[in-house]
Design a protein around this ligand. Structure first.
Ligand code: GUN
Length: 299
């Protein structure tokens, strides 16, 4: 079997198109312009790239982008004061504090100081609890993107056996919650799971989010399984001065021989994350204004 390729890049462009159309409608009918504030502390190069990309795409869909770049030595009190200001600013509908934060800042404290209704990352403890108990929540962007790709592929996920590999708060745990909410039978596998290959081999849906390059091999998969690869790992460069190749947590070549469908790296889940951040900002804007939520853009 040769797997069909799930084109996350094209799907993300579709999501952004839907967001842009709804933003334009909000402007025309209600005079509302959604606003997203992104806070970056320090100069981590990867974070700078993400933040730039977020700002650019926010403006492209017609939203307002507010960027707050703070010095690496910013105190916790100053960061909390900024978040407080954004919490009460009516022009700001979504707040994202780029992680990781410098070591001297308490990440949990900072995230939990964001107003839950503006927490477009879905990391606030209240949104985590809401998702786990089936209440209306803001849902973390990467798992939301994976869910959208899976729903698009299958239609209904009801009754599917799903294995999530990885138990992080950002991807693994919320992904498991979302799949459970869509009536999958969910197993969360991790570094201590016994006979992980056999566990994965039972799955109709495999979501790999462990951060280990090419860990999941084709012979771990049930023929026809749908594979969502969240990993982005850079291999060692093969030639001097070159950059190493980007690969996922799945060994694409062998997995594509067995899977029914698979996301590539790059161009699979990656582009969905920012598209879902914009979708979440739109959702937050609709909720705070008592308007109907955008269809197909929420969990
Ligand atoms: N750093 C890496 N991924 C993310 C994300 O999804 N949200 C935030 N806030 N920081 C990140």
């Amino acid at each position: 079997m040769s797997a069909s390729v799930i084109d996350g890049k094209a799907f993300a462009a579709e999501v952004r198109g839907k967001v842009a159309a709804k933003v334009s409608e909000l402007k025309d009918k209600h005079g509302i312009v959604p606003g997203l504030a992104v806070v970056l502390v320090g100069e981590d190069p990867a974070s700078q790239v993400y933040v730039r990309s977020k700002g650019k795409q926010t403006v492209e869909v017609g939203m307002q982008s507010f960027e707050h770049k703070l010095d690496v030595g910013t105190s916790e009190a100053d960061l909390l004061a900024l978040i407080d200001k954004l919490n009460t600013d009516p022009a700001v509908n979504g707040i994202l504090v780029q992680l990781p934060l410098p070591k001297h800042l308490n990440e949990d404290l900072v995230i939990n100081s964001i107003a839950p209704e503006k927490d477009v990352d879905g990391f606030h403890i209240s949104n985590v609890g809401r998702l786990a108990t089936g209440q209306k929540a803001m849902v973390p962007c990467t798992p939301l993107g994976c869910l959208m790709l899976l729903r698009d592929h299958f239609g209904s996920l009801s009754g599917k056996d799903a294995v999530v590999i990885g138990r992080s708060n950002i991807v693994g745990k919320p992904m498991a919650q979302l799949l459970l909410r869509d009536s999958c039978t969910v197993t969360v596998a991790h570094s201590r799971t016994k006979d992980i290959e056999d566990v994965v081999r039972r799955a109709d849906i495999v979501v790999a989010a462990v951060g280990r390059a090419e860990m999941v091999k084709g012979d771990w998969l049930k023929p026809g399984a749908v594979v969502i690869d969240v990993g982005i790992n850079r291999l060692e460069p093969t030639e001097e001065g070159g950059k190493g190749r980007l690969v996922g947590d799945v060994d694409y070549a062998s997995a594509a021989e067995v899977a029914g469908a698979i996301t590539p790296v790059p161009g699979g889940v990656g582009p969905m994350t920012i598209a879902c951040l914009l979708a979440n900002t739109l959702t937050a804007t609709c909720r705070v204004n008592g308007l109907a939520e955008p269809e197909g853009l929420t969990a």
